[in-house]
Design a protein around this ligand. Structure first.
Ligand SMILES: [Zn+2]
Ligand SMILES: [Zn+2]
Length: 147
């Protein structure tokens, strides 16, 4: 009996370790989402902010913004089409030219969070700085070094 019990415990331990390893791997893989490159709702082409706060989601590591919650329903009908539209727009975005955070001036990591404002990419040392930027992008955008 004792032996069976031990095997059972061992199996449980292995199961726990593999669950933890999977969770760890998922966390390691999770990067910052790719910033949304458009100034308009991907579904309605309505200017973002014109109908109140944009509705923001994340899909396959891509941030997606809508003018309203209702537009997400249309997005979900054909996400591939809309994600392709976002990808197309992202190609035209100007790369961030500096190696330091636009908000704090601290060095950037290899995988730094990014935002896009008026077709220009901005990078941050941390999500705190990103939040500050997203609140008043116009203020920080003027600090952009000339490339
Ligand atoms: Zn909408
Ligand atoms: Zn920071």
């Amino acid at each position: 009996m004792k032996r069976i019990h031990q095997i059972g415990t061992l199996a449980l331990v292995i199961a726990c370790v593999s669950v933890a390893a999977t969770a760890w791997a998922a966390e390691k893989k999770a990067k910052h989402p790719k910033p949304y490159p458009l100034e308009v709702c991907v579904v309605s082409d309505e200017k973002l902010g014109s109908m109140g706060e944009p509705f923001v989601i994340e899909r396959d590591g891509q941030q997606v913004k809508f003018c309203c919650k209702g537009c997400q329903k249309d997005f979900d009908k054909d996400p591939k089409k809309y994600l392709a539209k976002i990808e197309e727009a992202a190609k035209k975005v100007k790369k961030y030219p500096a190696k330091t955070c636009i908000v704090s001036g601290e060095p950037l990591e290899a995988d730094s969070p990014a935002s896009i404002y008026k077709g220009q990419e901005f990078k941050f040392c941390c999500t705190n700085c990103q939040r500050k930027f997203d609140r008043e992008p116009a203020k920080f955008a003027t600090k952009l070094p000339k490339s």
